[in-house]
Design a protein around this ligand. Sequence first.
Ligand code: NAD
Length: 467
Amino acid sequence: MAGTSELNEDKKARKSKRGRGDAPVVEAPGQPDQDERDDRSAQEASVSEDNYEFFKVIQGYLDEAAGIIGLPAHVREMLSQPKNEIIVHFPVRMDDGSLKIFKGYRIQHNNLMGPYKGGLRFHHSVSLDDLKALATMMTWKCALMGIPFGGAKGGVKVDTNKLSRDELMRVTRRFTHALGNNIGPNYDIPAPDVGSNAQMMVWIMDTYMNQVDHTNKNAQRAVVTGKTLNCGGSPGREKATAQGAIHCLTEWAKDNRFELEGKTAIVQGFGNVGSFSSLLLSKLGVSTIAVGDHTGYMRSVEGFNAHKLSDYVKKNGSIAGYEGGQPITREEFFATKADIFIPAALENQLRAPEAELLQVKLVVEGANGPCSPEGEALLAKKGIAVLPDVLANSGGVTVSYYEWVQNLRSETWDLEEVDRRLEKTMKETYRKVAFFASEKKVSMRVAAYCLALRNLGNAYEERGIFP
Ligand code: NAD
């Protein structure tokens, strides 16, 4: 682990690729290599035609919030770039006997408050720019929630739909091997994100345990969170992100005298966050009347049966072919009149054109970065409230922290205990953000950033800068 901070990488200056025990490979500056060309094309593929630069957007929010709280310039400067950008290339044998080289990333933004923490995205659109933005947001989330973790994000550029289960397992294990001691229970702790799940976290844990020198095997399980219950996962982790978002929603509803029973929602993305959001909404009497994922969109005037649709997606991998709804276009989805919109897919989905169409009262950001700044400005103009990602989807990392603590202490908490702690933390943090927003007359997003940055700024001030 020593020396990983030396991997700090300026993309323009050098690129280091490192497997466990390998010396970093440094390439000549100035010449765009194949990786950089790949990065660019991935960014082009992942963003829409408006050339969305996710990391720049996050830096814009950082600047705005830093100005409001008077964050010292050097702290702002330190937080504006990740500490380490690790890129690995690794070979995997495919089912047909051929070998394929995959590209994986781990971006470690900041570890002032504790070990780096953040998900692993397995998606064909994964790019350096997006992961830098997502890693940065993890730092804000943990600082806002008062969790002793820093921020990180990683992933593999791969279309998981094109892999068999065995191929996916080999990609996951070989990626873990390539990351080597750049992850660890006290250093950097991955978790699930788009395209990864509890089974993949268990493969990561098992691979890690088999390649490090360990004396306390149980504690090594804490190298990753979001695992299955059999292998050290926490009760309540699977639904945690959605559950946290629902706690924010119920607090917002109280503040705004908004009776939830009988209301309607539309949900984009029907994976972990989207499906659990829909299930938990149904418990509050809110019916999901339109859904969408990477295969398309559908509507059900009488409301989807969230359980049935979740089971269908678990079995079939997407909403495609589900018979309980009528197919609609993406535009029709965004134009569906409802009370609540839960984006739970990718970033930059709610731009100005989608915001123009939207007819809801509230957006609860289950996804990270779903609103572009232009989209958000239009929502504000239309009087549509937004519960921002840094607050609304932080239930996932909060319960990941509970899982980590249980693993390190060899404890198992019951679901009631996890739910009770999560509810308390989410509601208290919601109150702080809502209070700051109304006191300073800023959006909930800017308020969440301000509170997170204030915590980080205070810690930097007390610790000083080494040496
Ligand atoms: P997932 O892989 O379980 O589900 C992703 C969903 O998005 C799938 O239904 C997929 O079909 C859909 N999708 C992908 N591309 C799409 C597109 N172009 N248009 C419409 N839908 C598309 O992932 P997840 O874990 O549910 O994550 C969803 C979002 O929530 C991401 O932004 C992630 O960063 C964020 N998030 C997840 C967690 C967590 O604990 N899993 C925590 C915090 C935030």
